[in-house]
Design a protein around this ligand. Sequence first.
Ligand SMILES: [Zn+2]
Length: 389
Amino acid sequence: MKPSKTNQTLLRNARIVFPDRVEKRDLLVRDDRIAPSDGELPSDGFDEIDLAECRLVPGFIDVHIHGAIGVDTMEADAAGLRRISEFLATQGVTAWLPTLVPAPDADYKQAIAVIGEAMKSTAGARILGVHYEGPFVNSAQCGALRQQYFRSFVNNDSLDSLPRLANPAAVHMMTVAPEVEGGIELVRQLKRRGWIVSIGHTRAEFEVLDETLTAGARHMTHFMNAMAPLQQRAPGPIGWGLLRDEVTCDVIADGIHLDRHMLELILKSKGSERLMLISDAIAAAGKGDGDYQIWGETISVKDGRTRNSRGNIAGSVISLLDAVRTMESLGVSEVDLAHMSSTNPAKLLSLDGECGSIEAGKRADLVALNAEKKVVLVMVNGEVVLPAA
Ligand SMILES: [Zn+2]
């Protein structure tokens, strides 16, 4: 990490993507925050970085990612998670939620201990907490998750046996299928404990989903993937997600999990305010094609498509930067892209008062993209992490 000469950096001449407009301006970063625009330039000196020809956007926030560069979040040690954080920062990701797949108690315990340790580090992208993908999900929509570790919610002990991060600021998120035994009560209990609840790996029917909404779940995990399909007499989770305005969705925009026209359809129905991007990347991300041992099986990657031994697609190998490029190729505006890659994830996690947009007082998690949409500068907490010193 590059130590700054001063605690103030002036970013010059960038086209800045604000929540409601794009404007060419200078932006002052003071300590770890974005300084007010009407403030005077500091007289005691500041670093200067020229960003002419660049677009400055809020750092991407990935709430669903299992690993990268050969490191899996279920098996990593704290140094491994830091390596993922450093890699993600090079892709413009400034915060992320390590995402856990269904596993035995001991594996969960180990993974949570490691995440807790890695959260103390300041290397690269910030680790915000944890996302449990399952274990209370539907075996009939398992995707690449291991069914033998799926659970049903019997009583509060079913939930309390899952380890939690000790850090009081840590985010806890869980993807659940509300139709599993005790599913609605599970959602209520999660909300009571302050968890973010997302609906996924599900075949729930409309009425159950409406009950789930009342219980406090209003987000859907990798919308359209690992869900019962939309049918003329069975709208299911996809019909529900498209129809209910209160519900937000995330999508894997890698060009493989969803046809481009499906992305267009979701965008048309949900709008940029209710749609966000995730990578759902696995440890093979950033490594290229090949065979990888992940989650106790061989997952092969060919031409950017993952496949497990059952022939199922098993996560992606993209970063949010790739997802942003995909959405931009569909004609999404720069302002809307910032909502989908940063502002909306921050809102989902109730961190939008703190980060997720370029506004005075917010954390200086910033990314500059050049005309070729390559990442040329990344700041996390006001520190330049790319280019490396
Ligand atoms: Zn996943």
